[in-house]
Write a protein that binds this ligand. Structure first.
Ligand code: IYR
Length: 228
C-alpha cells in the first residue's frame, strides 16, 4: 500500500474580495439556475462540455476513487434512441407506476410523457456510477461522490450560461443498453445541457426555495462575530 506523501497546497484560489462578498456573489449567481425542459437547438461546443466534465471530475470522492463516468451524447441518432427509451419508461411511470400522491406532487411542474427536449438539446450527459473501479478494485461512498460531482457539473454548466435538467426516467437500464456500458456501470442521472429555448418557460411553483431558517441550524458559540 503506498505511503501518504504530502505537498504544499498551492496554487490556492483567492477570490480577490472578502469571503462574505464572494459567497454572496456566488449565491446570487446560483439562485438564477433553473431546471429547464424547453431547450434551444443552438450548438454547444465539445470544448465547453469537456470543461464542465472536468469540473465535475474535480469533486471529492470516497478514497479519491472517482466512481463516475460521464457519457456525453451529441449524436442525433443516439439522442433519438434515448428519447424513445425515456418516453417508454415515462409512459409506464405516468400510467401505472406513480401513485396518486406522486402525480399530485408533480402537477405544479407540468411534466408529462413527452420528452422531445431530449432530441432538441445539443448534448445529453448520461452519468453512470461505477460499482467497481476500472481495475476492478473497491469504490466507496458511491452515491455521495456522484451527488457532489453532479452538483459541481450543474454549477459549471450554469456558470457557462447553459441550462440543465436533472432527469431521471426510471428505471434507467435502457441507458446502459443504448450506450453499451459494462455491467459495472449503473445509470445515475440523465442531464440535458444546452441553451434554454428563446420562449423557454419554467414552472412558477418550482422557484420557491425554503427560507434559510428552515434549512439551516446554527450552533455558533461565543465570540464568533466579524471574522470576515
Ligand atoms: N421522471 C418523470 C417524473 C418526474 C419525477 C420527479 I420526482 C420530478 O421532480 C420531475 C418529474 C418525468 O421526468 O416526467
Amino acid at each position: 500500500m503506498p505511503e501518504a506523501r504530502f505537498i504544499p497546497y498551492e496554487p490556492r484560489f483567492d477570490p480577490g474580495v472578502p469571503p462574505a462578498d464572494a459567497a454572496e456573489a456566488f449565491y446570487q449567481r446560483m439562485k438564477l439556475r433553473r431546471s429547464v425542459r424547453m431547450f434551444s437547438d443552438r450548438p454547444v461546443s465539445r470544448q465547453v462540455i469537456e470543461s464542465i466534465i472536468r469540473a465535475a471530475g474535480s469533486a471529492p470522492s470516497g478514497a479519491n476513487k472517482q466512481p463516475w463516468r460521464f457519457v456525453c451524447v451529441g449524436d442525433p441518432a443516439i439522442k433519438r434512441q434515448i428519447r424513445l427509451g425515456a418516453e417508454q419508461e415515462e409512459r409506464e411511470f405516468y400510467e401505472r407506476r406513480a401513485n396518486e400522491k406522486w402525480l399530485d406532487d408533480l402537477k405544479p411542474l407540468g411534466t408529462d410523457t413527452d420528452k422531445a427536449f431530449l432530441e432538441t438539446v445539443p448534448w445529453l450527459i448520461v452519468v453512470f456510477k461505477l460499482a467497481a473501479d476500472d481495475d476492478g478494485s473497491q469504490v466507496y461512498y458511491i452515491n455521495e461522490s456522484l451527488g457532489i460531482s453532479v452538483g459541481l457539473l450543474l454549477a459549471a454548466a450554469h456558470h457557462a450560461g447553459l441550462a440543465t435538467l436533472t432527469h431521471t426516467p426510471s428505471p434507467m437500464k435502457f441507458l446502459a443498453q443504448i450506450l453499451h456500458r459494462p455491467v459495472t456501470e449503473r445509470p445515475y442521472l440523465l442531464i440535458p445541457v444546452g441553451y434554454p429555448a428563446d420562449d423557454c418557460r419554467v414552472p412558477a411553483a418550482a422557484i420557491e426555495r425554503k427560507p434559510l431558517d428552515q434549512i439551516m441550524v446554527v450552533h455558533e458559540g461565543p465570540g464568533k462575530d466579524a471574522e470576515d
